[in-house]
Ligand binder design. Structure first.
Ligand SMILES: *Cc1c(COP(=O)(O)O)cnc(C)c1O
Length: 376
C-alpha cells in the first residue's frame, strides 16, 4: 500500500494496529473501574521500563508537559544545574529559568557533557540537576549513571528526561539515583502523541514546592492516583490512555530485554550503513558518552542541501528528520524507535542511498548491503 509514508522520525513513530484500534472505542467514565484498570496497568508496565519502584503518573500532555511538571513542582525558586548538549537540554534550561535560576552547563551540541563544570555548579550552590539521557537532537547518549553519582554526592535533586530512551534503551532510574524520570508517549513506546509519564522519588516529595502549578500539580496527581479506582485529577485524554495501555501490553509481550536489543541492532545497522557510505556520524564521543540506540544523526555531505536530500528520500515514501536550530542543513536524523524492524530500516537506507547518489554523492561502499549483514 503506497498510501501512507514510512515515518522514520525520532517521534512520532508508526503505531501498531492494536494501539490505533484502542483509540476508537466508545467513551467511558474516567472515574470508573475500567479507566482505573487502564491507568494502573500502564503504570505497572511503565515502572519496569523506567527501572523504578517510585510513584509514577501518566499526564495528559506531551513530554514537554512532564519536563515542566518536574521543574515547576520540585525546582521553583531553586538554582538548577542544566546540562545541555542539544535542543532538549536547552529546553530544560529554559523551563528551569522560568521557575527558578538556571545554571547552564553547556557543551557544543553533539559533544560530551562537561562533568567537571557540573561539579563546580553544584559546589557553587545548585540544588538540582537536569539531564537529557538520550539527546534526540544530536543522536548522543549521555552518561546518566555517572551524572547520578555526582548528583548524589552533592545531595542534589536529579531530573532525567528519558523521552527517547525509556522503552527503547536501558534505563535504571532507581539504580542511577534519578529522582524524577520522564518520558513521552510517541517515541519509544510507539503510542499516540499527547501523553507523558513521570516518576517521583521519596526524596523529591520532601522538596515539593509550596507554590505549584494548577493543572500540572503532581500532588493532585498523587492524591487521585491513590483512589480506588485509580484516577487523574481532571478529565484525562481517555482514548490516548487506552492506546498507551495497549502499547504497554505489546512491550510486555516482546519483553524489555528483547526490545532494547532490537533497538540497538536497528541503530547499529544505520551506523554501519553510514560508515560504509563514508558519511560522518554527527556526535563526538568520549569514554562515557555513546551513540544513541534510538536515533542516528549523520552529517550532510558538503554541497548537498537538506531539503533536496530529505525530499529525495520522501519521493520513495520515507520521512526522516532534519537538524534543529543551528544544526538545520548540517545533519539529518533517522529514528529507529518503536515497532521498527529490518524491513523499515533497509527501505529507509535504500531511499537515503538513492537520494544521496542522485545528488552527486558517490558512496564509498554499499551501505544497504552492510546494514543487511548486521540485520541478517
Ligand atoms: C520529543 C522529546 C521531548 C518532548 O517533546 P514533545 O514535543 O513535548 O513531545 C522531550 N525530550 C526529548 C529528548 C525528546 O526527544
Amino acid at each position: 500500500m503506497e498510501n501512507e509514508p514510512l515515518l522514520m522520525l525520532p517521534g512520532p513513530v508508526p503505531m501498531p494496529e492494536r494501539v490505533r484500534a484502542a483509540m476508537t472505542r466508545q467513551a467511558i467514565n474516567h472515574r470508573g473501574a475500567e479507566f482505573g484498570a487502564i491507568y494502573a496497568d500502564s503504570v505497572r508496565v511503565l515502572k519496569s521500563l523506567f527501572g523504578t519502584e517510585n510513584e509514577l503518573f501518566v499526564l495528559s500532555g506531551s513530554g514537554t508537559a512532564a519536563m515542566e511538571a518536574a521543574v515547576a513542582n520540585f525546582c521553583a525558586k531553586t538554582a538548577v544545574a542544566c546540562l545541555e548538549n542539544g535542543k532538549f537540554g536547552e529546553r530544560l534550561k529554559k523551563i528551569a529559568g522560568r521557575y527558578g535560576t538556571a545554571v547552564p552547563v553547556v557543551s557544543e551540541w553533539g559533544t560530551p557533557l562537561d562533568l567537571d563544570a557540573l561539579e563546580q555548579a553544584l559546589e557553587e550552590g545548585a540544588r538540582a540537576v537536569t539531564l537529557v539521557h538520550n539527546e534526540t537532537s544530536a543522536g548522543i547518549k549521555n552518561p546518566a549513571p555517572e551524572i547520578g553519582a555526582i548528583a548524589r554526592k552533592h545531595d542534589a535533586l536529579f531530573i532525567m528526561d528519558g523521552v527517547t530512551s525509556i522503552g527503547g534503551d536501558l534505563v535504571e532510574a532507581d539504580r542511577w539515583g534519578v529522582d524524577i524520570a520522564l518520558t513521552g508517549s510517541q517515541k519509544c513506546l510507539a503510542a499516540p502523541a499527547g501523553l507523558s509519564a513521570i516518576s517521583v522519588s521519596g526524596r523529591a516529595w520532601e522538596q515539593l514546592a509550596e507554590e505549584r502549578p494548577y493543572y500540572l500539580d503532581l500532588l493532585a496527581y498523587r492524591k487521585s492516583a491513590a483512589k480506588k479506582p485509580m484516577e487523574t485529577p481532571y478529565t484525562p485524554a481517555v482514548p490516548l490512555y487506552a492506546a498507551l495501555r495497549e502499547a504497554c501490553r505489546i512491550i510486555e509481550e516482546e519483553g524489555l530485554a528483547m526490545r532494547i536489543a532490537r533497538h540497538k541492532r536497528m541503530s547499529e545497522a544505520v551506523r554501519t550503513a553510514a560508515r560504509a557510505w563514508g558519511l560522518e556520524i554527527f556526535p563526538t564521543l568520549d569514554a562515557v558518552h555513546a551513540y544513541s540506540n534510538t536515533v542516528t544523526a549523520l552529517r550532510i555531505p558538503e554541497g548537498i542541501s537538506d531539503a533536496a536530500l530529505r525530499g529525495g528520500v520522501r519521493e520513495l515514501g520515507v520521512i526522516i528528520a532534519g537538524g534543529q536550530d543551528h544544526l538545520k542543513g548540517r545533519i539529518f536524523r533517522i529514528g529507529t524507535m518503536g515497532a521498527v524492524g529490518a524491513p523499515e530500516v533497509l527501505a529507509t537506507l535504500a531511499a537515503v542511498e538513492r537520494a544521496l547518489r542522485s545528488l552527486g554523492f558517490v558512496p564509498e561502499d554499499d551501505g544497504v548491503q552492510a546494514a543487511a549483514e548486521v540485520l541478517g
